[in-house]
Ligand binder design. Structure first.
Ligand SMILES: Nc1ncnc2c1ncn2[C@@H]1O[C@H](COP(=O)(O)OP(=O)(O)OP(=O)(O)O)[C@@H](O)[C@H]1O
Length: 312
């Protein structure tokens, strides 16, 4: 569905004192398969949105090869865009129109006939659970509802691939779960999902496979489970001590874990059995102010690969 080799994106520098181009994407390879849910996970500035804009055929690559739905975006941009759904990071809904009208106007951009557009709009409002709000204004919707409307809008042309740039950023947990549920259903219907996120739980919930990006490059790829197995241990014991004590205490527990990470507010002990490790910590006479034993997540994978946390 999406295939890339050595894909690059550079922007001319604009700021004073900036020299050379900004290398947003530095030669990445991609292979998104039909029907899968594929994610780009990485912190702000990793190059996720730049990659998505190239896949959406709205931003030309600066180098490398790119094929979308088997077509070259340089020569087949309009055909590709007609078969894609794009859900941008910021909602770009028309505030003057009501909810249903937003869908109808969007349908007209794709040349969909009025009667077909009307039934499609009703079907999509039902799908995103906004039927009762059909006549409401955009300003009367919650953040979660606006996102659902944006998704409905991006489905108006019945796309083969849906691109979602940070679909749940800024939403509360309930709104996020509702959105995830709709995206699962789309996947069940055979729509290929390509999404960016900086939420590890979202990547774990939604993505069959993902690439971890940092500084414009892919630093790891695989299924969430594969990435965790490959780059982390089964469990993590988190220990909080007094402010400024963590660096020195890390040395005293280093031999109790496969690996120890020092964060400003806690120590992370990577181990197969967190409770067992914790018991050993206490045996040494150390007394953390707070402890937590949890399973490893993609956040741990990112920390291992980059030395930084995903959300600073
Ligand atoms: N239009 C542009 N002109 C110049 N520089 C840009 C442009 N768009 C992005 N960049 C720069 O390219 C780099 C990658 O940005 P990009 O938005 O692709 O990252 P991201 O991973 O999507 O981050 P975010 O989560 O903040 O959207 C950053 O250094 C950014 O400042």
């Amino acid at each position: 569905m999406v295939w890339a080799r050595g894909l690059r994106k550079a922007y001319p520098s604009t700021g004073p004192g900036q020299r050379g181009d900004v290398e947003a994407v530095r030669g990445i390879d991609l292979d998104v398969r039909p029907g899968e849910s594929f994610g780009f996970l990485g912190p702000n500035g990793a190059g996720k949105s730049s990659t998505m804009r190239m896949i959406a055929a709205v931003s030309p690559p600066s180098g490398g090869e790119l094929s979308i739905l088997g077509l070259d975006p340089a020569t087949h941009g309009p055909e590709i865009r007609a078969r894609l759904g794009v859900c941008p990071q910021e909602d770009t809904l028309d505030l003057e129109l009501n909810i249903r009208e937003n869908l109808l106007v969007y349908a007209s951009y794709f040349g969909i006939r009025r009667t077909e557009a009307a039934s499609r709009a009703d079907e999509l409002l039902e799908f995103v659970q906004l039927t009762e709000k059909a006549k409401a204004k955009v300003v009367d919707l919650s953040g979660g509802m606006k996102r659902r409307l944006t998704i409905a809008r991006s489905l108006i042309n019945n796309p083969d691939v849906l691109l979602l740039d940070e679909p749940t950023t800024g939403l509360d947990p309930q709104a996020r779960h509702l959105l995830w549920d709709r995206l699962f259903r789309l996947k069940q219907r055979g729509v290929t999902l390509v999404l960016t996120t900086h939420y590890m739980d979202e990547a774990e919930q939604l993505c069959d496979r993902l690439v971890v990006m940092d500084g414009g490059a892919i630093v790891a790829q695989g299924s969430p489970l594969e990435l965790i197995r490959e780059h982390s241990t089964r469990e993590v014991a988190e220990l909080r001590f007094g402010v400024g004590e963590h660096e020195a205490l890390a040395e005293r527990v280093a031999d109790l874990a496969d690996r120890v990470e020092v964060l400003p507010d806690r120590l992370l002990l990577y181990t197969a059995d967190g409770e067992e490790t914790l018991a050993r910590v206490h045996e040494r006479g150390l007394d953390p102010v707070a402890v937590l034993v949890r399973r490893s997540t993609l956040e741990d994978v990112f920390l291992r690969l980059t030395g930084r946390t995903l959300v600073d």
